[in-house]
Design a protein around this ligand. Sequence first.
Ligand SMILES: O=c1ccn([C@@H]2O[C@H](COP(=O)(O)O)[C@@H](O)[C@H]2O)c(=O)[nH]1
Length: 232
Amino acid sequence: MTKKSIVVALDYHNKNDALTFIDKLDPDMCRLKIGKEMFTLFGPDLVNDIHNRNFDLFLDLKFHDIPNTVAKAVTAAADLGVWMTNVHASGGLAMMQAAKQALVPFGQDAPLLIAVTVLTSMSDEDLVLLGINVPVFEHVLRLAKLTHQAELDGVVCSAQEAKLLKSSFGQDFTLVTPGIRPAGSDTGDQQRVMTPQQAITAGSDYLVIGRPITQAVDPLAALKAIYQSLHV
Ligand SMILES: O=c1ccn([C@@H]2O[C@H](COP(=O)(O)O)[C@@H](O)[C@H]2O)c(=O)[nH]1
């Protein structure tokens, strides 16, 4: 575990607010993630702004479409030079294989490619509403198995499933876990949560943390408090 195991989710509506925060950090302190909101608002210019500051960037667009479209989207993400990008595992095996194949021309420069299993905002009850009548952990395991078969680098899951997935697919299968909540913080819309310490103990490789940091009165102090809780 290093400081760079923390991926700060920059879900800001205002680009200046995001850059003001980033300018208080240095690239050895954490990695950064932008998702659908910031990429839709600010596009590749924001990716370049972040890369010019030398941060590793996770482009969290969760592609989910037919194989040809996803392969082209993943190619476009790799062209941006991002550190990590992702697809939805529920897009299926052929889609994930097409995404993986699209990265072959990038060789060593290819981003890590991971797949979202079950969103951390979802519970067993939410799956039932989708007609999926198994506990979340079973569906996560099923989707992670498909992801492993497609030879992607790992999955997005809750830290609650980390122990199960590491024992099923090995230490090299990368686990990226949102739904991280320091003790006492607001869970918001997240349902499958763990504290940073619990997540690391369970086997998470990367802890994605957004609002507990970005909506704190002092985001830098909130990030430093998380390091302290993890003794890094
Ligand atoms: O299953 C998932 C997949 C992605 N996310 C994203 O992670 C961050 C979490 O932010 P918090 O503010 O710490 O809740 C956010 O950008 C989500 O889009 C996720 O939460 N769960």
